[in-house]
Design a protein around this ligand. Structure first.
Ligand code: MG
Length: 262
């Protein structure tokens, strides 16, 4: 499939995005003090199975080190790729990032949300809010005729204005029949540089910000990526369609036919 999706492919991408939003919302609602990250992963597995979606995270990286979970559940200093674990219990004051990436009827949807469970310090609350707003700023640049660098610049400047770290070692991506397609979508950049965006392209934009330095470290499980200084991090993501006019968020609950079934 080319980077420019046909009308028919866009319809399918909208369905896949709605499905990913639905699964994310169901797991979010199940997140509370006392449940384990394994419980949340099992919830995701069940909901995906019930709607006919396939996790694109599960066994990613096989055969060398297959990812063992259906979604990524990353707490606190974990930036991405947290694995569901039975002994990892959600407690008051945790911040939880849920990254749901799936295939539905042959097309991919990818979205991420970070939120607090219970009361959190003001600086952590601000980290979450600014990362969320950076996603919105980045999406606003995802327009026909703009460049990948415009998205990165909008995200980077939002972080810098608020004295937050920008993770550079992980990037957003094109998305279609495959989870990861061209182009890469970094969270930093210069205006009017890089890949030129055209109507019909679909990309996943995913800012990851840190309270401290954005330097990363991978845990011994080979997957979980944490901040090297163990300070908090936040991550938001949407799958977005570039059009001639305003960008369209595909991972929108309104695109979910599943939510009508409940
Ligand atoms: Mg992604």
């Amino acid at each position: 499939m080319g980077l420019i999706k046909t009308e028919e492919e866009i319809v399918r991408m909208r369905e896949a995005g709605g499905c990913a939003a639905f699964v994310l919302d169901e797991v979010r609602k199940a997140t509370k003090v006392g449940v384990s990250t394994w419980d949340l992963d099992q919830k995701a597995k069940e909901v995906m199975a019930s709607v006919g979606a396939i996790s694109s995270a599960y066994h990613y990286g096989a055969p060398s080190n297959p990812f063992p979970s259906y979604i990524c559940v990353s707490l606190n200093d974990e930036v991405v790729h947290g694995i569901g674990k039975k002994d990892r219990i959600i407690k008051e004051g945790d911040i939880v990032s849920l990254d749901v990436a799936l295939y539905y009827k042959g097309f991919a949807g990818d979205n991420t949300l970070t939120f607090a469970v219970g009361a959190i310090p003001e600086d952590t609350r601000r980290l979450i809010e600014v990362t969320r707003s950076a996603l919105i700023e980045g999406i606003a640049q995802a327009r026909d005729g703009n460049f990948i660098g415009d998205i990165g610049y909008a995200i980077q400047t939002t972080a810098e204005k608020n004295h937050l770290g920008v993770v550079r070692d992980l990037v957003g991506h094109g998305i279609g029949r495959h989870m990861h397609e061209e182009p890469q979508v970094p969270n930093f950049g210069k205006p009017h540089t890089g890949f030129r965006l055209q109507a019909g392209m679909t990309i996943a934009i995913e800012p990851m910000f840190t309270l401290g330095a954005p330097k990363l470290r991978t845990l011994e499980d080979g997957w979980t990526i944490v901040t090297a200084d163990n300070q908090m991090s936040a991550h938001f993501e949407h799958t977005v369609l570039i059009t001639k006019d305003a960008p369209e968020i595909l991972t929108n609950l309104k695109n979910s036919s599943q939510s009508n079934l409940l």
